[in-house]
Design a protein. Structure first.
Lengths: 306, 306
């Protein structure tokens, strides 16, 4: 490690990121001279090959499926994603989705008449409720202080089940099936992997129950969409508030659009214009750590796929 | 005070409230023998006159305008409202309204097509934002831990301006005009009095600004509705999320129904079915305090009108 790391910033010289590199103690250099690369663009414009001198690459997104599929991420150097950098912003959206569902705001948004009985009063409150967070990584953890402030108890599910701060209980991933029955509401915040594909099907939806809401802030593939439409329309499930769907974008006329108590936001939990500051903060932090040899934040594990 | 107060419960013998009276150490008696009355009905069925022996009356609602108008509340004895008992439930609705507005959930609720550009991405985040709570009584205070957990800074406005826990700053009511400019978003949670009537007009809405949301969880009379419709439609105000309106119920075809970025829930922040437990809790607490001579919670001040 160098005390003032040589960092290449691409594809553009975004001013906020250039400042962040310098704030972290780095200096900006051409790719040929770089020890590290900070990349603020997509996978398609990433350099075909990197100089051997590059020992670390910072990617701009939290989810990196597209980078892995493109074969960009190699085992020659350390790669970091922006995992966690946007957690607060996404967690806030997830809380908004859950409350909009539970409190009847979805129905009211659609009304143009004062119809307390028809739009339905708030169905329930988070005070005294149990909320399961499946995949308590950065986003899931960022939800906990707010859920707790609202009086809910949190059951967290993580890969290994090590205690998560603020959660009343943490379960390992191999016990995830328990939470659908135990929780009043379930938030999906787990990465899309082969293990989480269609994690939530008809049985899990029935277990969440007729007064429970399912929130998906992760990836549409975690939920069996056909089973979801059926559970919503037959009242087996209280409601679903989704920022992600499968398929995505959800095509016009898809039955999920007209399902009872379905709220869909079009994958906007983490909008570009709210990311700027968060990525710069992460870049500064990681350049600082790279300079001092500390462990970087958000190191990609190719075996796990995130 | 008697060590086991004689409490009359009316108009019905609601089981949860009978239990609450006993839990608080009281015993249930006829009105003629009562030292205290716990009333779970409306003002219209309240006894025309009370025995002199009645020294305290617990009313079931948080707002008591109708009781004062009906002339029920006298100066012969202590009256308590349920102010604060439902605070958490209402505060949760207010948070839901604010997030639904800010995060574009209102527009998404109305969409039946995947249109991230048209429904609009989340406009902003509470992280780093300033939220003013005008009227930081029970409901306003109950919002603060959640707003803080979401990363917002709170400016509270109370009658006297004494520091409110969790707020970065508290202003007295006579400086309320400052907050519309200083805050990113404004939540109205003040009681309806002659002083708060039309507190928010064209100037205040313009001061909140084009990216700010106004949340009204208090009473419709606090806002000049015509000015609000205009501010929404000309973009002077970012949006308004209202559980209360003036007039109320808002008539069909009223321009507020079709105003840009207006979210209206039909006065459902504090639904009956979520109140049950909260009122029982308050009754038990106040019977306990009455028995020991401690100050009751929610004592009505006729001069203030709440």
């Amino acid at each position: 490690m160098s005390s003032s790391p040589a960092v290449h910033l691409g594809p553009d010289q975004r001013e906020d990121l250039a400042d962040a590199v310098r704030e972290g103690g780095g200096r900006l250099v051409d790719l040929a001279d770089a020890e590290a690369v900070v990349w603020a663009g997509g996978a398609s414009t990433f350099p075909d090959s990197l100089p051997e001198s590059v020992r670390w690459v910072q990617l701009p997104s939290a989810g990196i499926e597209s980078w892995i599929e493109a074969g960009t991420v190699d085992t020659e150097r350390t790669w970091t994603s922006a995992v966690g950098a946007y957690s607060d912003v996404v967690a806030e959206h997830a809380i908004g989705l859950l409350l909009a569902g539970m409190r009847g705001i979805v129905g009211s948004s659609r009304a143009s008449s004062w119809l307390p009985d028809e739009v339905g009063p708030p169905q329930s409150t988070l005070k005294g409720a149990t909320v399961a967070i499946v995949g308590a990584g950065g986003i899931g953890r960022a939800m906990i202080p707010t859920l707790t402030a609202l009086g809910a108890e949190v059951i967290a599910v993580t890969r290994r089940g090590l205690p998560v701060e603020g959660a009343a209980e943490t379960l390992p991933a191999d016990r995830v099936s328990e939470v659908f029955d135990r929780a009043d509401h379930v938030v999906l915040a787990a990465p899309a992997t082969s293990e989480t594909a269609a994690l939530v099907g008809a049985d899990e939806l029935a277990a969440i129950g007729a007064s429970g809401w399912l929130v998906n802030i992760a990836r549409g593939s975690l939920v069996d969409t056909d089973a979801l439409v059926e559970a919503l329309n037959d009242g087996t499930l209280g409601g679903a508030a989704l920022d992600v769907t499968d398929p995505e974008p959800l095509p016009d006329g898809h039955p999920l659009w007209s399902a009872r108590n379905a709220l869909i936001t079009p994958h906007v939990a983490n909008p570009q214009h709210l990311q700027t500051g968060a990525l710069a903060e992460r870049v500064a932090e990681n350049v600082r750590r790279f300079a001092t040899g500390d462990e970087l934040v958000g190191v990609v594990d190719l075996d796990r796929g995130y």
